[in-house]
Design a binder for this molecule. Structure first.
Ligand SMILES: Nc1ncnc2c1ncn2[C@@H]1O[C@H](COP(=O)(O)OP(=O)(O)OP(=O)(O)O)[C@@H](O)[C@H]1O
Length: 285
């Protein structure tokens, strides 16, 4: 039995003539403590997938289950980090995390709770920004705060809905490393949505491609057996990394409804790309 699963899920928004079927017969199985990246095209239903796993939406047909039990609704056992932070603007960094902690750990009081909140601020390198409000933070800091708030609730499952896509390449690389570091320190089950093949290969244990919508489904997964810790600079020259990146990219292109048009592209070898390494200048060939 999978820890977290979607079993033959069909899901549609609306009804009658305004019915829009996002998924048809979608299957996803995630093991406990596994880090799965779901790769999808724009508008294919990635956020809807997270909503189904979080219990924010219910399947029209089929089942969504956590530990074998139907997912009845949202709850602190399923932490979601959205692309757009969803922080409370009138609260400080401490206040945003504290509010979440009070909800899930009502027994934690006074200095003990403050120390607990600080642990998570430190974990995401927000030490010194305790009294700042979200609008005083950079995009990367906001996303860190959003991650810290979710982690502080100690959810069994972490659902990341393109958490890094709004960030510049350097901040994105720093946060990728931070998410991996946190996950390695304190393993839990992660489903991360991304549209970036390299990000998926760098971070995940397994990559699940999503077919384009409407009526999307989830394709056969790719196992990422590259040893951890994974270093971007070294990976870029690793033949296994390159092979996997190419295989995944080609599978995504083949799944695209434009596959015919893109067919010539599939014959070209994909170029090596210079990865962004935090703290290291980019070399110009
Ligand atoms: N509340 C809604 N009511 C009706 N249709 C919706 C609703 N939410 C999303 N959709 C439609 O469902 C489809 C999937 O949306 P979703 O946001 O899950 O895709 P996505 O892959 O996350 O998109 P993006 O890459 O742009 O973030 C889209 O065609 C969208 O228009």
């Amino acid at each position: 039995m999978a820890f977290l699963e979607l079993d033959n899920v069909t899901f549609a928004y609306g009804s009658g003539s305004s019915r829009y079927e996002v998924f048809q017969g979608a299957d996803l199985r995630v093991q406990e403590n596994e880090f799965v990246a779901v790769l999808g095209f724009s508008g294919s239903g990635k956020s809807t997938l997270i909503s189904l796993l979080a219990g924010l939406e219910k399947p029209t047909l089929g089942g969504a289950r956590l530990r074998g039990e139907p997912i009845a609704g949202p709850g602190p056992d399923k932490g979601v980090v959205f692309q757009n932070y969803s922080l409370l603007p009138w609260l400080t960094c401490v206040g945003n995390i504290d509010l979440a902690v009070r909800r899930v750990m009502p027994g934690l009081k006074g200095p003990e709770r403050r120390a607990y909140v600080q642990t998570y601020l430190d974990l995401v390198s927000l030490t010194g920004a305790e009294e700042k409000k979200p609008q005083e933070l950079s995009g990367g800091m906001r996303q860190r705060l959003s991650l810290a708030r979710t982690l502080a609730m100690r959810p069994e499952v972490l659902l990341l809905d393109e958490p890094l896509s709004a960030l510049d390449a350097l901040t994105r690389a720093v946060l990728q490393d931070e998410i991996i570091r946190i996950w390695e320190e304190d393993r839990r089950t992660v489903v991360m949505i991304t549209n970036d093949v390299d990000e998926a290969v760098l971070m995940a244990d397994r990559i699940v491609p999503m077919t384009p919508g409407p009526s999307a489904s989830l394709g056969d997964s790719f196992c990422v057996s590259l040893p951890r810790p994974r270093d971007r600079a070294t990976l870029n020259f690793d033949p296994d990394f390159k092979r996997l990146r190419n295989d995944v990219t080609r599978a995504m292109l083949r799944m695209s409804s434009d596959a015919k048009e893109l067919a010539p592209v599939l014959d070209y070898p994909l170029p090596d790309l210079e990865p962004v390494i935090p703290g290291r200048p980019l070399s110009v060939a």
